[in-house]
Design a protein around this ligand. Structure first.
Ligand code: FUB
Length: 316
């Protein structure tokens, strides 16, 4: 073999061998703008459910008409499953396909979403259902599950948004939601009816994006606080509280004035999934999902999230 060719092949081989494995980076999704992440672990796969920011710039407000689904087996490579749910799927909705959350129950997948109601003033929460985590989803009720006239103790019409659905170890499902005032209610086994009254919670400086998860012996309630938003958290031994406030979990998310998040355990690691405006021309109305590690202290408290450009390592 000629010496030059031999050197070229050897060089190629060395560079292939020394090349780093696929590395993650934040934002984790860059081919489309993604906001308000929700995440669901099913077997060896994570499903990521997001809103779609379509605003042309960051000067005006949100332009959001549909939701998106992605999946990954390693937290680094994400498959785009397109948009199996949009505003048009809710005949009673007017506009604003805002934040949602997904849970599995009895072999079906329930996607709770925020929209503005066409006939009842204010924001509302609808629920879509599918036999598959990637859809197609359809309106499970043909009407809203929560409307603004069900919660009359605030004088704003955007207090019924940002649903978080949490299914406890005993199978009981709970819906948490709210802006300004955090609320929750039990869900019936059919996942499309409330099972009892709507309760209010008392959390310091609550803005929105309430999220509840369980890890080992504790329940964690995380939420956006202030504006621009940081993420704060509280802990409890019971899903019904009382919740003990523990402080800030995540600082301002760069150039995004909102800080919507989800928390999952997957393949032995814990993750904080959030959004910032980290793509070119990104910002508060042009957001992108990011993923960083979440660490628990031995006493169950949470270490403050370190938001990184590098993102997380792949897991197998
Ligand atoms: O995406 C619209 C709204 O911004 C969400 O409902 C809030 O949580 C905030 O992220």
């Amino acid at each position: 073999m000629n010496k030059r060719l031999n050197g070229g092949l050897a060089g190629l081989l060395i560079s292939v061998l020394l090349a780093p494995a696929a590395l993650a980076a934040n934002p984790a999704i860059t081919d489309v703008l993604t906001a308000d992440p929700a995440a669901l672990v099913h077997g060896d796969t994570v499903y990521l459910y997001t809103g779609h920011d379509e605003a042309k710039d960051n000067k005006s407000f949100y332009k959001m008409n549909r939701w998106l689904v992605f999946s990954s087996k390693d937290m680094v490579h994400w498959k785009n499953h397109g948009s199996p749910l949009s505003l048009k799927d809710f005949k009673w909705a007017k506009s604003d396909a805002w934040a949602g959350d997904v849970a599995e129950k009895n072999g079906k997948y329930y996607w709770y979403v925020t929209v503005r109601h066409r006939d009842i003033n204010g924001f509302a929460i609808g629920v879509a259902v599918s036999d598959s985590p990637t859809g197609p989803f359809h309106d499970a009720l043909g009407k809203a599950l929560i409307t603004n006239d069900m919660t009359t103790d605030t004088d704003i019409d955007w207090d019924d948004l940002d649903p978080r659905v949490f299914v406890d170890d005993d199978g009981q499902a709970y819906l948490f939601w709210g802006n300004t005032k955090p609320r929750y209610a039990r869900l019936k086994d059919n996942m499309v009816e409330l099972d009892g009254p709507i309760h209010s919670l008392d959390l310091p400086n609550f803005t929105e994006a309430i999220y509840v998860h369980k890890h080992d012996d504790y329940y964690y309630l995380t939420y956006s606080t202030g504006f621009p938003e940081k993420t704060a958290y509280a802990m409890s031994k019971s899903i019904e509280g009382p919740w003990e406030y523990k402080g800030i979990l995540n600082e301002l998310a760069g150039n995004s004035n909102t800080n919507h998040h989800a928390i999952i355990d997957f393949k032995g690691h814990s993750y904080f999934v959030y959004h910032n405006g980290g793509t070119p021309k990104g910002g508060s109305f042009r957001r992108s999902v990011c993923i960083d590690d979440l660490h628990y202290n031995p006493d169950g408290t949470l270490q403050r999230v370190v938001m990184t450009s590098e993102g997380v390592d792949p897991v197998n």
